[in-house]
Design a protein around this ligand. Structure first.
Ligand code: HEM
Length: 447
């Protein structure tokens, strides 16, 4: 198990990263789970939207301000709040599965990564703005948003990682010499505008027609109307919070779903076991159509497969850097001087053999049935930990728990070329490409 630490730039370059063995358990409890212990570093500045105003609570580094801002919107992200809009996810799942059915009929190869990404964006459109963006129905990357994020992720990650004095230089040269980054910045601006237009449209709709959709925007606009002045939660805050959640939530959820499905295809025994569990639950009426979240989470092997997919390939695949506070900090018995950057990475912690067993490198859902689940659960940081833990976790879990069983019971999926591995592109979001599949339609109980 390793944790990385680097000196402040004034002392040393970030290249001077020291690697030392630490105990995962102590590290997580010492550093990340305690409130107000370690603050975010300037790595997060690169992820702030390029405006001079409010940047959203994600890149807000001041801990007090962060917790105040987060508290305002927290309730809208609770599981009970997300499940009020469960049918919004269902309508996206239906479009996704209908499209997959057409691919199955035509025996066409499907770019799974692309389709899961489009699905994840459309779910967030429906959940946040009461209307899908239309990625799936148009079968295209609307406004080049996905392409834009793919071009920007390396730039953000490098900007956040190089020493501060190089950031501006890097940024200027990238904008100057990289047409794809210039194009991406334009596309992001375009999407920001589109998202502002969506907020405006939904606000107007809510004023004119009283529908009963409980989308996130409606909840945020209610907070704005009821307590906006008390909390300083303006219309601008609503726009930024909703837009930045879409940026943070679509790729990350897609990465998790891709990982779960990819590992199932690569492990036929696990895939068969999951199919058997889902078919049995469907047959005895404990798994409805559409899949209800509260039913899906009761399926132990499904839960094990989902955990295992997110363990082996956490969506955030680099460290989540934190700053050692004034006076220094002792973490796992090691003292770090003030100003050091320290961080842990799920893609390392999740492979700790002391916690997950000697076969930690392998996809083995049974470890979640037979192993020490409490200890494994406490070591998983796929959603981060502590006061900065993922606010959208309930949204993504409900998407994952609802989509995976629906795909498994409707289709048998297989890799077009099992001899080829997926490609991964780790720019904090550890995205995968080259997962091409064939689908065969099933009737429940057949493979
Ligand atoms: C499987 C899906 C997801 C994964 C694996 C994931 C992972 C993470 C992680 C690791 C963090 C902590 C980052 C850090 O400490 O530096 C985080 C934060 C965050 N996530 Fe997620 N995320 C997912 C889905 C979502 C969704 C669906 C949304 C919103 C719709 C979302 C919005 C956010 C926001 C706003 C933060 C910042 C929280 C804060 O600083 O208070 N995420 N996420």
């Amino acid at each position: 198990m390793v944790m990385t630490a680097s000196k402040p730039y004034s002392d040393h370059f970030r290249l001077s990263t020291a690697r030392r063995p630490f105990s995962t358990r102590y590290l997580i409890f010492d550093g990340f789970h305690k409130r107000s212990s370690l603050h975010q570093t300037d790595y997060y500045d690169a992820w702030a939207p390029p405006n001079n105003g409010y940047v959203g609570h994600f890149p807000t580094r001041d801990e007090k301000e962060h917790s105040e801002r987060r508290r305002i919107v927290n309730k809208a992200y609770s599981m009970s709040s997300v499940l009020e809009s469960e049918n919004a996810i269902d309508s996206c799942t239906q479009i996704f599965c209908e499209t997959m059915r057409k691919f199955a009929e035509q025996n066409s190869a499907v770019d799974l990564g692309l389709w899961i990404n489009m699905y994840a964006f459309d779910v967030l459109g429906e959940l946040f703005y009461g209307k899908m963006f239309g990625f799936m129905s148009e079968r295209t990357d609307i406004g080049n948003y996905m392409k834009a994020i793919d071009s920007l992720l390396p730039a953000f990650t490098i900007c956040g990682t190089v020493p501060l004095y190089l950031t501006k230089l890097y940024l200027a040269s990238t904008i100057l010499f990289s047409p794809s980054v210039r194009g991406a910045l334009g596309a992001v601006k375009h999407i920001e505008k589109a998202s502002e237009a969506a907020v405006k449209r939904r606000k107007q709709e809510l004023e004119e027609i009283k529908d009963d959709k409980r989308d996130m925007l409606r909840k945020m606009l209610e907070i704005n109307a009821d307590q906006g002045e008390d909390f300083d939660f303006t219309y601008r805050h609503v726009c930024v919070e909703s837009h930045s959640s879409i940026f943070a939530g679509a790729d990350t959820t897609a990465i998790a779903i891709n990982s779960i499905l990819y590992h199932l295809m690569r492990n036929p025994a696990a895939y068969n076991k999951l199919t058997t569990e889902i078919d049995a639950a469907t047959a005895d009426g404990t798994l409805s159509t559409p899949v209800a979240y509260v039913e899906a989470i009761k399926l132990p092997y499904l839960k094990a497969c989902i955990n295992e997919g997110m363990r082996l390939h956490p969506s955030v695949g680099l460290t989540m850097p934190r700053l050692v506070p004034a006076g220094g900090a002792t973490i796992s018995g090691f003292h770090f001087a003030e100003g050091y950057r320290v961080g842990i990475n799920g893609a390392v912690v999740h492979y700790d053999k002391d916690v997950f067993g000697a076969d930690a490198d392998n996809f083995n859902p049974d470890r979640w049935i037979e192993g020490d689940t409490m200890q494994m659960d406490r070591t998983m940081i796929q959603f981060g930990a502590g006061p900065r833990t993922c606010i959208g976790k309930n949204i993504s879990l409900s998407e994952i728990y609802k989509l995976i069983p629906q795909i498994v019971r409707l289709f048998h999926i297989r890799l077009v070329d099992p001899s080829k591995e997926w490609k991964t592109h780790n720019y904090w979001f550890n995205k995968q490409t080259d997962i091409h599949i064939y689908l065969t339609e099933r009737t429940y109980g057949s493979n």
